[in-house]
Design a protein around this ligand. Structure first.
Ligand SMILES: Cc1cc2nc3c(=O)[nH]c(=O)nc-3n(C[C@H](O)[C@H](O)[C@H](O)COP(=O)(O)OP(=O)(O)OC[C@H]3O[C@@H](n4cnc5c(N)ncnc54)[C@H](O)[C@@H]3O)c2cc1C
Length: 572
C-alpha cells in the first residue's frame, strides 16, 4: 500500500471490474484497524444480487441501473462505489485520487490517460496473476503516462511516478468543525453525514424543533423522474432516490426509523399521448420492474380502486415520508458530536481569521467555526453572502383530509398533484404553487387541490368533498433555483469582479457552503446532497459523475451571468 494511503488512514482503490466482488471483500477484510476503504469498481452492469456472498452487501445491493451507486458498509468504514457503464465513459466522470488500480480484462490503450488522471503520486497499478496481463500496447501507453513497471513482481505491477500536473488537490480542512444553519431535511442530513465523518457540528435553528418550515409537512412523496433522453435531472433524481433508499435502510428503515412507507407511487399519465411516452420510456431504457413498471389503464385502475383513463408509471420503491420525523431520526443518530441550538436565528456571517463568526439580529455571537453550511432553505437569502443567489421562495399549500373523507389508497398517487395514503388519520393532497407570502391557509388553494384530486382519483365522492371539506392543511415555502436543481458546494463570492470562463474559476467564499434549492424534491435530494458535500469537504471520491456534480455547483448561475456580461461574448 502506498505511503499516502497509510498516512491518511484512507485507502482508495479503483478496480476496472467487479465480478463476484471477491477482490473487494479481500480489500475490506485486509483493512488495518484505523483504516477506511473507498472501493470504486467499474462494471458494465450491476452483477445479480445472487452472486454476492456477503449478507450486509447483498441487503443493500442496487438494482441494475446505469450511473454511480454508492453503498456504505461497516458503519461507514467501507464505501463501495459501483460505477455502472462503459469504462471509457465512466473513467472521465470519476472525481477521486486513488492509491491502487486493479486492471482486469482486455483494456484499450486509450484508457491509460484517464487512469493516470486518477492516480496519486506513487499509486500502484496491478494486474494480479489471475488477471489477463495488460498487452504490450496498453503497457506502452501506461509508460507514456508515467506508470513505471516494477521488476520485483511476478504479475504486472507499476507505480505512478509522473511529474505531469494532476488535478489540483485542495487542502484538507485543518479542523473538522462546522456550523450548519437550518434544521430541515437539508441541515439534518448534513449534520448526520458530517458527524459520521468525525466532525464536530453546531446546528443553529430559529424554531424550537427540527422540520418546522418546508420540512414540516405531514407527508411528502419520494420518487425519481424519468425522461426520454435520460437527461441530467433524471440521472440526478435516480441517483438521489436510490442512495436515499439505501441510507434510510441503514438508518433503520422507512416506517421504522421515521414515519413513512415504501408503498409505491403511481404516476398517472396526463392524457393518451403522455401514456404513450410513459410506455416508450420504460421500453427504451429497459428498467428493472422493481424500479418502474408501466401499467395500462386497467392495471392502474385496479390499484386505484376505480377506473382511470390512461394508465401510468408505478415506482414500486417510491412512497411517502414525514420529513420532520426523518430530521429527528437523523439528528438522533448524530450522537455527541452534534450540538443543537434551537430558537437562534443566524443572520450575519463574518470572516475572522480562518473562522466564520455567526451572529443573530442583535449582534450576539452565536458560534464560530472554519466551515459554515447554509441549509436554511427559503431563509438563505436573508444572509448577505447568499442574497444574490437566484433563489425563489415558492409558496405551497397542502390540503389535509380526514381519513374517512378521502380516497382509500394503499399507495401514493400523483399527476399534476399528489395524494398520499393516510398518516395518523390525515390524507395529504397537494400542492399549490405561487410566489406570494401568505402564511395563512387560503380557501381558493384548497379548492384547487381538491379539484386536481378529483381529476386523478376516480369516482364522484372526492369531487363532492370540494364543497364540504373544512379548510385544513399547511402552508410552506420552497426554496427553488431557476433550473430546479439543488445548490451544493462552495458559495460563490458575488462581491468579486472580473470575467469568468469556467465553473472551477468562479470565486468562492472560503469555508462557506450551501445545501439549498431543494424545491419540490427535498426528501430525495437530502441524503445524496449531504453525502456529496461531505465528500467535497473530506476530499473523498465523489458519489456522483462529474457532469452531474457540476450541474449542482452553486456558482453555475454566477458563471452564466458573468459570461453573459462579458463584452467579448456579446461580440461573439
Ligand atoms: C407544500 C409543499 C409540498 C411539498 N411536497 C413535497 C413532496 O411531496 N416531496 C418532496 O420531496 N418534497 C416536497 N416539498 C419540498 C420539501 O418540503 C422541501 O424541498 C424540503 O423540505 C426542503 O428542506 P430544507 O431543509 O432545504 O428547508 P426547510 O425545511 O425550510 O429548512 C430550513 C430550516 O432553516 C431554518 N432557518 C431559516 N433561516 C434561518 C436562520 N437565519 N437561522 C436559523 N435557522 C434558519 C428554518 O427555520 C428551517 O427549519 C414540498 C414543499 C412544500 C412547501
Amino acid at each position: 500500500m502506498s505511503a499516502a494511503a497509510t498516512a491518511a488512514g484512507r485507502l482508495v482503490i479503483l478496480d476496472t471490474g467487479f465480478e463476484d466482488g471477491a477482490r473487494f471483500m479481500a480489500a475490506w477484510r485486509g483493512l488495518a484497524p484505523q483504516q477506511s476503504l473507498f472501493y470504486l469498481a467499474v462494471t458494465a452492469q450491476v452483477p445479480p444480487a445472487s452472486s454476492i456472498a456477503d449478507a450486509q452487501l447483498r441487503a443493500l445491493w442496487p438494482l441494475d441501473l446505469p450511473g454511480f451507486h454508492r453503498i456504505v458498509l461497516d458503519d461507514g468504514r467501507v464505501t463501495l462505489d459501483l460505477l455502472v457503464g462503459d469504462i471509457g465513459q465512466v473513467l472521465p466522470e470519476i472525481e477521486a485520487r486513488v492509491d491502487r488500480i486493479y486492471l482486469r480484462g482486455a483494456l484499450a490503450p486509450t484508457l491509460a490517460r484517464p487512469l493516470a488522471r486518477l492516480a496519486k503520486p506513487e499509486a500502484e497499478l496491478l494486474a494480479e496473476v489471475s488477471d489477463e496481463a495488460p498487452d504490450e500496447a496498453l503497457k506502452l501507453a501506461l509508460r507514456k503516462q508515467g506508470f513505471v513497471e516494477q521488476t520485483d513482481s511476478t504479475a504486472y505491477r507499476a507505480l505512478y511516478q509522473s511529474r505531469k500536473p494532476r488535478l489540483p488537490v485542495p487542502p484538507m480542512p485543518a479542523l473538522r468543525q462546522a456550523i450548519v444553519i437550518g434544521a430541515g431535511i437539508a441541515g439534518a442530513s448534513a449534520c448526520h453525514r458530517l458527524c459520521a465523518a468525525g466532525w464536530q457540528v453546531t446546528l443553529i435553528e430559529r424554531h424550537g424543533a427540527p422540520g418546522q418550515e418546508a420540512s414540516g409537512n405531514v407527508a411528502g412523496i419520494f420518487m425519481p423522474l424519468l425522461s426520454k433522453d435520460d437527461n441530467i435531472p433524471t440521472r440526478l433524481t435516480r441517483a438521489a432516490f436510490l442512495f436515499g433508499l439505501r441510507e434510510w435502510q441503514r438508518l433503520g428503515g422507512v416506517g421504522k426509523a421515521f414515519e413513512g412507507a415504501s408503498c409505491g407511487v403511481l404516476q398517472l399519465a396526463r392524457d393518451a399521448e403522455h401514456a404513450q411516452v410513459q410506455q416508450d420510456v420504460v421500453a427504451t431504457w429497459n428498467y428493472p420492474p422493481q424500479y418502474v413498471r408501466w401499467l395500462d389503464a386497467q392495471a392502474a385502475g385496479a390499484l386505484l380502486g376505480g377506473p382511470t383513463p390512461h394508465g401510468g408509471w408505478l415506482f414500486g420503491q417510491g412512497g411517502w415520508a414525514r420529513p420532520a420525523s426523518l430530521c429527528a431520526a437523523l439528528l438522533a443518530a448524530c450522537g455527541t458530536r452534534l450540538a443543537q441550538r434551537f430558537h437562534q436565528e443566524a443572520l450575519r456571517l463574518q470572516p475572522q481569521g480562518e473562522h466564520w463568526q455567526v451572529f443573530d439580529a442583535s449582534g450576539a455571537l452565536l458560534a464560530e467555526a472554519p466551515t459554515v453550511i447554509l441549509a436554511n432553505g427559503a431563509g438563505a437569502v436573508d444572509i448577505a453572502q447568499a442574497a444574490q443567489l437566484p433563489l425563489a421562495r415558492l409558496r405551497g399549500q397542502v390540503t389535509h383530509l380526514a381519513q374517512e373523507l378521502g380516497p382509500r389508497l394503499s399507495l401514493a398517487v400523483c399527476r399534476e398533484a399528489y395524494v398520499t395514503p393516510p398518516n395518523q388519520g390525515v390524507i395529504c393532497a397537494g400542492a399549490t404553487y405561487s410566489s406570494d407570502d401568505e402564511k395563512q391557509l387560503r380557501a381558493s388553494c384548497q379548492q384547487e387541490n381538491l379539484a386536481r384530486l378529483a381529476e386523478i382519483i376516480p369516482g364522484s365522492a372526492v369531487a363532492a368533498l370540494a364543497a364540504s371539506a373544512p379548510l385544513a392543511g399547511r402552508v410552506g415555502f420552497r426554496c427553488a433555483a431557476p433550473d430546479r436543481l439543488p445548490l451544493v458546494g462552495p458559495l460563490p463570492d458575488y462581491g468579486s469582479s472580473g470575467r469568468i470562463e469556467r465553473l472551477r474559476d468562479v470565486p468562492v467564499h472560503a469555508g462557506l457552503y450551501s445545501l439549498l434549492g431543494y424545491a419540490s424534491r427535498g426528501i430525495i435530494w437530502s441524503t445524496l446532497m449531504a453525502e456529496l458535500l461531505v465528500s467535497q469537504l473530506e476530499q473523498r471520491p465523489m458519489p456522483l459523475e462529474a457532469t452531474l456534480a457540476d450541474a449542482l455547483v452553486p456558482g453555475r448561475f454566477m458563471l452564466k451571468q458573468r459570461r453573459r456580461a462579458s463584452p467579448q461574448d456579446a461580440e461573439a
